[in-house]
Design a binder for this molecule. Structure first.
Ligand code: GLC
Length: 468
């Protein structure tokens, strides 16, 4: 039988994308029969585990090429008529085209071509987080502190910190603006965006150079926002037995500054599954929060990134891992990691997905299992001192994934079946396994993603080490 890691590396090498003779990214899927044309693009979010492999293998030049290219592409974005100077975001994906004379053109998708025209809000945040990882490994400040990079960082923060119609310290986004890039009732203040926003703010503090005087204002703003965001998420998004009891008995319709139920959540909106499902000594961050709205679904990547970047405190991260341990079949099943739990069914599925046949219950984004999330689980588990869970997840994925040909996702309540419309040879399914393997073999390699020590998080627990 072939070694899964060796087979994952073969897929990674075959997925490399070149521009002007240099490696600049990896394509999302090498499946010739992929259901959508854009799987041949290099997606920014899909490149993250590829980048981690390259960094940890001493091939940081590829990551630099990618970061420089995405930064340049941002300026390709066209303005939409009727909008005042559009704030520039980074693309969801790009592709290198070659005409018959061998001239190259790079086409980027800013959501203007994507299925459903979804806004790739997560791209710029991943870019910033990768920039820190790149500097940490390569030490190449000539690039990261260059005027172009510094300007890029400021532009990202200007978009994120701009005042629009905000009441909360969290970031308001449209539906499908991150890994879940289809309509799924994830508009508003979805957790994954808040975790990435937190990571991006910390990354900005790590990267903004005081030698550029224009950086000082944004720096101050970012530091303040980190504090507010942290306090807000740790309090309002957190759900454990105690908190559930409080919400269950919430008084509603209370006006003024000091209502415990500030968002006017109606206890009647707690879904039936929650109280039986939530173990006594465990907890998690809920999926979304807004006026009169608490989305109780468990979204894996938002929770795992929160634990990894330190948006949750140490106790909360440990409680989250106890949830995984005690609800393993639901949240990991036969192929880690379930993207969200539980799936939406019936009327809720019709209303919130727009009757999307790709997102039927327990499939794809609506409760499917995604191997691409494995690296984040392993990283968060190791960070929360649960190497046993990290190992268990890795072992349950490795052999089957390689044997099945690196599917994009799995279907079913326990992730038993290969996804009905899943691609094979999905690059991030393979690179996630390689990264997980590296983290497990050498937990100190997790340091590549560490954002600790940047920005105060009002950490109650000094052992976490956020010193500001
Ligand atoms: C799907 C996923 C998205 C991913 C893309 C390429 O659209 O929902 O998260 O980036 O495929 O793999």
């Amino acid at each position: 039988m072939t070694d899964p890691i060796a087979s994952a590396y073969r897929l990674l090498e075959a997925s490399l994308v070149y521009s002007e003779g240099r490696e600049v990214g990896t394509i999302a899927s090498l499946d010739a029969h992929a259901p959508a044309e854009n799987y041949a693009d290099c997606f920014v979010r899909d490149f993250v585990p590829s980048a981690l492999v390259f960094l940890l293998d001493g091939r940081s030049g590829i990551v630099r090429n990618f970061l420089a290219l995405v930064l340049r592409l941002r300026d390709q974005q066209e303005e939409v008529e009727g909008h005042r100077t559009v704030a520039k975001v980074m693309p969801a994906s790009f592709r290198v085209h070659c005409d018959e004379n061998g001239n190259e053109q790079i086409h980027a998708d800013f959501g203007d071509r994507a299925i459903g025209r979804v806004a790739p809000v997560d791209s710029m945040m991943w870019w910033l987080i990768l920039l820190v990882a790149y500097e940490r490994i390569s030490g190449d400040q000539a690039f990261t502190r260059s005027p172009e990079c510094q300007r890029g960082i400021r532009m990202i923060l200007n978009i994120c910190l701009q005042d629009r119609f905000e009441i909360f310290p969290t970031l308001l986004v449209p539906d499908g603006s991150f890994m879940i890039d289809r309509r799924m009732g994830v508009y508003g203040h979805p957790l994954e965006i808040q975790a990435l926003f937190f990571g991006a703010l910390k990354a900005a503090l790590a990267m903004l150079d005081d030698a550029h005087p224009e950086n000082r204002g944004v720096r101050e703003h970012s530091a303040k926002r980190i504090g507010q965001l942290t306090e807000y998420v740790r309090h309002y998004y957190w759900l454990d037995e105690d908190r559930l009891n409080r919400i269950h008995r919430f008084r509603t319709e209370v006006f003024g500054h000091d209502s415990e139920n500030a968002l006017n959540i109606h206890p009647e909106s707690i879904p039936d599954w929650v109280s039986d499902w939530l173990p006594v000594d465990a907890g998690y961050l809920v999926g979304n929060l807004g006026p009169g709205r608490m989305d109780f679904r468990f979204f894996a990547l938002g929770n795992l990134l929160s634990a990894l970047f330190g948006l949750t405190d140490a106790d909360q991260s440990r409680a989250m891992m106890r949830l995984y341990e005690q609800r393993w079949d639901d949240l990991m099943g036969m192929m880690p990691v379930k993207i969200c739990f539980p799936a939406m069914q019936g009327g809720e599925w019709r209303l919130k997905t727009g009757s999307d046949p790709k997102n039927i219950p327990w499939s794809y984004h609506n409760g499917g299992n995604w191997p691409a999330l494995l690296w984040a689980f392993v990283a968060a588990a190791l960070q929360a001192e649960r190497p046993d869970l990290a190992r268990r997840a890795f072992d349950s994925a490795a052999t089957r994934l390689a044997r099945n040909g690196w599917p994009e996702y799995y279907d079913g309540r326990n992730g038993r079946l290969m996804g009905r419309r899943a691609n094979f040879n999905q690059t991030w399914s393979a690179t996630a396994l390689i990264v997980a393997d590296k983290f497990l073999n050498d937990p100190s390699s997790l340091d590549v993603l560490s954002l600790k020590g940047y920005g105060k998080t009002h950490e109650e627990d000094p052992e976490q080490g956020d010193t500001g």
